[in-house]
Design a protein around this ligand. Structure first.
Ligand SMILES: Cc1cc2nc3c(=O)[nH]c(=O)nc-3n(C[C@H](O)[C@H](O)[C@H](O)COP(=O)(O)OP(=O)(O)OC[C@H]3O[C@@H](n4cnc5c(N)ncnc54)[C@H](O)[C@@H]3O)c2cc1C
Length: 315
């Protein structure tokens, strides 16, 4: 039988993990569904020195590890999975991960704002027809085929490892002169993965499915066609990450999620926190505070309380 969670949190950044810490500490059955521990604004930050209590600068990923450990200590579950869809039509909400679906009484959306608008010519046209943003979801469709990865973040490199189990050949394309990771990385099968540096993908072409990409050498400016069957894109921007919601929640004209002061959205039982919301200040301490409020509001909603309760140790 499928488990019923009190709180499903989408996103494992400071907003999502703070919400998880509060909701699990209050005794609520909580799961965090996170695309990658190496993705998100905090994971990409090299140095944080303005989060309260941090007297020595730490890397974003070190701080994120602490947030995660704290949430797990109080009983929250953490699942690495990309959320690809939701159904908020009923009292029990459903959230669809890349492999499983999850049912919950409440949902907190905390996916940050590192999303981007499809910007490469052909990207939108071939989405689902060779273009993908999730190797974990789609790698199996590319068995024995040649694919490329655009981007070289830690997340992109890890996804290259996933693709290499299925594809015949994986090319990681980066505009940098030198890749930011080691090609000897043990997670990357040497016989299948190659890195193409100083190169930009100009456009994606095909008929029913992707057939080629046009690439440009950033040193010489020379352009050429490269045959590929799949294009996996791992580039980031600064738009709220809301694509997986498929218009289930209303967005502002800036594509952010609108909430009440309690962080509840216009759907009862669905909350949002952090950079994905329309808050003006994008900082770790603010995202965490939003996560705290969202979790307390979820607890109040589940128990039908008039006021939020915030000191469980005294009860
Ligand atoms: C380069 C840089 C430097 C910064 N420096 C500072 C600083 O010095 N001090 C400071 O206070 N703030 C800083 N910030 C801002 C701060 O990092 C953000 O405000 C904060 O991380 C927002 O937290 P969040 O939880 O809302 O989003 P994020 O930290 O972006 O986390 C979002 C999470 O959602 C997950 N996710 C996304 N899509 C999906 C999906 N479909 N399914 C499942 N999970 C998903 C991601 O994996 C990620 O874990 C910086 C930001 C950047 C980019």
């Amino acid at each position: 039988m499928e488990e019923l969670y009190d709180v499903i949190i989408i996103g494992g950044g400071p907003a999502g993990l703070t919400a998880a810490q509060y909701s699990s500490r209050s005794g609520l059955k909580t799961v965090v569904l996170d695309k990658s521990a190496a993705a998100g604004a905090l994971a990409y930050s090299h140095k944080i020195e303005n989060y309260p209590g941090i007297t020595e600068a730490v890397s974003g990923s070190e701080l994120l590890d602490l947030f995660r450990k704290q949430a797990l200590k109080f009983g929250a579950e953490y699942v690495e999975t990309q959320v690809v869809g939701v159904n908020f039509d009923n009292a029990i909400k459903e959230v669809y991960g890349s492999e499983h679906s999850y049912k919950g009484k409440t949902v907190i959306v905390a996916t940050g704002s590192m999303g981007r608008k499809a910007g490469i010519p052909g990207e939108e046209e071939f989405l689902g027809k060779g273009v993908s943003y999730c190797a974990t979801c789609d790698a199996a469709f590319f068995k024995g085929l040649a694919v490329c990865i655009i981007g070289d973040s830690e997340e992109a490199v890890r996804e290259a490892g996933v693709l290499a189990h299925h594809a015949k050949e994986v090319s990681i394309i980066t505009p940098l002169k030198e890749s930011t990771f080691s090609v000897d990385d043990p997670s990357l099968p040497q016989d299948k993965v190659r890195v193409i540096t100083s190169t930009r993908v100009v456009s994606i072409h095909g008929a029913d499915f992707v057939k080629t990409i046009k690439v440009k050498d950033t040193n010489s400016g020379e352009e050429k066609e490269m045959p590929v069957d799949g294009v996996f894109i791992y580039l980031v921007g600064s738009r709220p990450v809301v694509d997986f919601l498929n218009a289930s929640l209303p967005l502002s004209d800036k594509s952010c999620l609108m909430t009440h002061r309690s962080m509840e959205t216009s759907i009862a039982g669905v909350f949002a926190a952090g950079d994905v919301t329309c808050g003006e200040v994008r900082q770790v301490v603010v995202a965490s505070a939003f996560g705290c409020i969202a979790a307390l509001s979820a607890e109040k909603f589940i128990h039908n309380r008039k006021r939020a309760r915030f000191d469980w140790s005294a009860v």
